[in-house]
Design a protein around this ligand. Structure first.
Ligand code: KIV
Ligand code: ZN
Length: 390
């Protein structure tokens, strides 16, 4: 059965770059944008052009170099923002303006001191104005996660009529549960007239650690775009992580959904973004963390050495990691020690392994991790006759 395509909208250079201390200059952004294009993302959100002259310049330069992806610029529902974004995007092969406004009662009352009707009018005006510059218009209903579904459906219907091609339903505060976010998408699919003319998009924040789960729930319920960032960086606790959603859809063919991402570039892209932003990747980060394919407990190591699939659901090569690693700690067993000893040149018999293992445990209790150079010392200290080791 042919799989349905889920478009990947990367916002590493916009929502991702909002992380304090992660500011990039134009040349760094250009390198990342070119890499995202090679990775196969469908849309690159290059920045928020009105926010600063530097961001304007970055969006214009990115628009010139990107070969395949749509290049997108963010705006508020404000005429000047839209004009500036259109100007920054004018060299893009495929430009998109991403405009929108807060739709939850909290945003309407406290941010805008306005009413639902007036906000709906502003949304429609912004989309119509943006449409006078470019064809492809994405509308975001900020704080859609906490917006009343009936009102949200009315806004969506009105902006589709005004020309929106994509409807972004952000869970801006990371509040929703996966069932709730999925139900919101389903409600919009079923209750918005003209919904077949637009793509529904998931934009989930990770305040409760649910961004990825919510995005997956969104696409299961009819959304066909996910907004995400490399390493899941973004405002506060971050955004949905690109590498996670790509690999979830890939590892679950039963969902019949796929992206066009070249997964073999995931690890190196993660490293590139981490280095350029000076933002380390947490070691236990799914897919791209340094421990994602590392095994340290004896039971797991024994299984992985016998057959990788016993404890790994992803082939590390599929995400650009050379191989799984067997980490030696005080929790490791004989199988792991024999495996690593062989790698550094010692083929141990069973009797030799017993002696070396006793010595290994003494070392391992003193050290967090046993490295290749330690293995030589351990073999010598075990008093096994080195000449007799193959
Ligand atoms: O989280 C959010 O609501 C956003 C919008 C500006 C799209 O980032
Ligand atoms: Zn966001």
């Amino acid at each position: 059965m042919r799989k349905d395509k889920v478009h990947i909208f990367d916002t590493t250079l916009r929502d991702g770059e909002q992380v304090p201390g992660c500011k990039l200059d134009t040349s760094q952004k250009l390198v990342i944008a070119e890499r995202l294009d090679q990775l196969g993302v469908d849309i690159i959100e290059a920045g928020f052009p009105i926010s600063s002259p530097g961001d304007f310049q970055s969006v214009s330069e990115i628009a010139k170099v990107v070969k395949e992806a749509t290049v997108c610029g963010l705006t508020r529902a404000v005429k000047k923002d839209i004009e500036v974004a259109a100007e920054a995007l004018k060299s893009a092969r495929i430009p998109r303006i991403h405009t929108g406004i807060g739709t939850s009662d909290s945003h309407i009352k406290f941010k805008f001191n306005s009413t639902r009707e007036k906000i709906l009018e502003r949304a429609v005006e912004a989309v119509k104005y943006a449409k006078s510059f470019v064809e492809d218009i994405e509308f975001y209903a900020e704080d859609a996660g906490r917006t009343d579904n009936e009102y949200l459906a009315r806004v969506c219907e009105a902006v589709i009529k005004a020309g929106a091609t994509v409807l972004n339903i952000p869970d801006t505060t990371g509040y929703c549960l996966p069932e709730e976010y999925g139900a919101k998408m389903k409600y919009l699919k079923e209750n918005v007239k003209g919904i077949e003319k637009a793509i529904l998009s998931c934009h989930c924040h990770n305040d409760l650690g649910l961004a990825t789960a919510n995005s997956i729930s969104g696409v299961i319920n009819g959304a066909r775009q996910i907004e995400c960032t490399i390493n899941g960086i973004g405002e506060r606790a971050g955004n949905t992580s690109l590498e996670e959603v790509v690999m979830i859809l890939r590892q679950h063919p039963d969902l019949n959904l796929d992206t066009g991402i070249n997964s073999k570039l995931l690890y190196s892209t993660s490293q590139m973004v981490s280095q350029k932003m000076g933002m380390p990747v947490q070691p236990n980060k799914a897919i791209v963390g340094s421990n994602a394919f590392a095994h340290s407990s004896g039971i797991h190591q024994d299984g992985v050495i016998k057959k990788r699939e016993t404890y790994e659901i992803i082939d590390p090569e599929d995400v650009g990691v050379n191989e799984s690693s067997i980490v030696l700690t005080a929790r490791s067993g004989r199988a792991a020690l024999a495996y690593r000893a062989k790698k550094v040149g010692y083929e141990l018999t069973k009797v030799q392994l017993d002696s070396v293992y006793d010595e290994f445990l003494k070392f391992a209790d003193r050290k967090k991790e046993i490295l290749d150079e330690d293995i030589h010392q351990i073999v010598i200290a075990s008093k096994v006759n080195i000449e007799s080791i193959a």
